[in-house]
Design a binder for this molecule. Structure first.
Ligand SMILES: NC(=O)c1ccc[n+]([C@@H]2O[C@H](COP(=O)([O-])OP(=O)(O)OC[C@H]3O[C@@H](n4cnc5c(N)ncnc54)[C@H](OP(=O)(O)O)[C@@H]3O)[C@@H](O)[C@H]2O)c1
Length: 238
C-alpha cells in the first residue's frame, strides 16, 4: 500500500507516520514537510518538500511523488494552520486582516484541494483508495454556536465543501474511492497548545489520535465517501 501523508512533521502528521511505518501493509510512505530534512529517516519513507503557499513547490512535490509511485492507495492531509507568532485566531470583526485570511484559506483549504486534484491520476490507479482530509469541527456551519476564529472556520468550511464536491466526482472513478473530511478531536500539538488551558473537554495525545485515524482509514468504505467524520467514525453536521 502506497501512502502519502501531507504535513508529516506536525503533531498528528508525525504520529501518523509512525502508524504507517509500523504497518506491514504499507510498502511505501511518501511524507511531506516544508523542511523534509526534519522527517524521520527510514528505508520505506521518501521525504518530499511541500509548501502549500507556493504553486511551484506544489508542482515539484507532485512531480516527485509521480516519479516514485504509480498509484496512491492512502492519502492523509494532516497539514493545517491556525496561529503563529504574528497571528492569533480572530475574536472579532475588527481583527480581520486580508493577507492573513488569504494565508489561512490557502493552507487549510486551497492548497490541500490543489494537491489532491494534481494527484487524481495516481488515486484513480488504486483500488479503493482512501483519502482523509483533516478538517475541524469548528468548520461545521451547523455546529457554530460560539462565533470567533473567522479565518480558520471559513477555511475549514471551504475545505469541507471541496471534499464533499470531490467525493461526488470521485464516485464516478469506478474504483470504490472514499474521500472524507475528518475532525481529529482536540489533540495536544503546537496548533492547539495556546488554547488547551481554557479547554474543559478531553485532550488526546497525537499517538492516540493517529491510532484512531489510521483505524478509520483501514475501515473506510466507499459508502461513507463524502462524509464529515470524527476520528472514531461518528458523523458531524456540515
Ligand atoms: N490539534 C488539534 O487539536 C486539532 C483539532 C482540530 C483539527 N485539527 C487539524 O488537524 C490537522 C493537523 O493538526 P496538528 O495539530 O497536527 O497541527 P501542527 O502540529 O501545527 O502541524 C501542522 C502541519 O501543517 C504543516 N503546514 C503548516 N503550514 C504549511 C504550509 N504552508 N505548507 C505545507 N504544510 C504546512 C506543517 O508542516 P511543516 O511546518 O513541516 O511544513 C505541519 O506538519 C490540521 O489540519 C488541523 O487543522 C487539529
Amino acid at each position: 500500500m502506497n501512502t502519502l501523508i501531507i504535513g508529516a512533521s506536525g503533531g498528528i502528521g508525525a504520529a501518523l507516520c509512525e502508524e504507517a511505518l509500523a504497518d506491514d501493509n504499507v510498502s511505501r510512505l511518501l511524507a511531506t514537510s516544508r523542511d523534509p530534512d526534519s522527517l524521520p529517516s527510514h528505508d520505506k519513507l521518501l521525504p518530499v518538500a511541500l509548501d502549500l503557499c507556493s504553486t511551484q513547490s506544489m508542482t515539484s512535490a507532485v512531480q516527485k511523488v509521480c516519479a516514485d509511485v504509480d498509484q496512491i492507495d492512502r492519502l492523509i492531509i494532516a497539514s493545517g494552520f491556525l496561529h503563529d507568532a504574528q497571528h492569533s485566531p480572530e475574536k472579532a470583526l475588527r481583527e480581520l486582516d486580508g493577507e492573513t485570511l488569504q494565508r489561512v484559506v490557502q493552507i487549510n483549504a486551497l492548497g490541500p484541494m490543489l494537491v489532491f486534484a494534481a494527484l487524481e491520476p495516481l488515486l484513480k490507479q488504486a483500488t479503493a483508495p482512501k483519502v482523509l482530509f483533516l478538517s475541524a469541527q469548528v468548520g461545521s456551519i451547523g455546529d457554530n454556536r460560539l462565533g470567533g476564529w473567522y479565518g480558520y472556520r471559513m477555511a475549514k468550511a471551504a475545505l469541507n465543501q471541496g471534499v464533499r464536491t470531490a467525493a461526488i466526482e470521485a464516485g464516478r472513478w469506478r474504483n470504490d474511492a472514499s474521500l472524507v473530511a475528518v475532525h481529529p478531536g482536540t489533540t495536544a500539538t503546537a496548533l492547539s497548545e495556546p488554547f488547551l488551558a481554557r479547554r474543559q473537554g478531553q485532550v488526546q495525545t497525537p499517538q492516540a489520535c493517529a491510532a484512531l485515524i489510521w483505524q478509520l482509514a483501514d475501515q473506510l468504505e466507499a459508502a461513507s465517501s463524502g462524509s464529515f467524520l470524527r476520528a472514531d467514525g461518528g458523523e458531524l453536521p456540515w
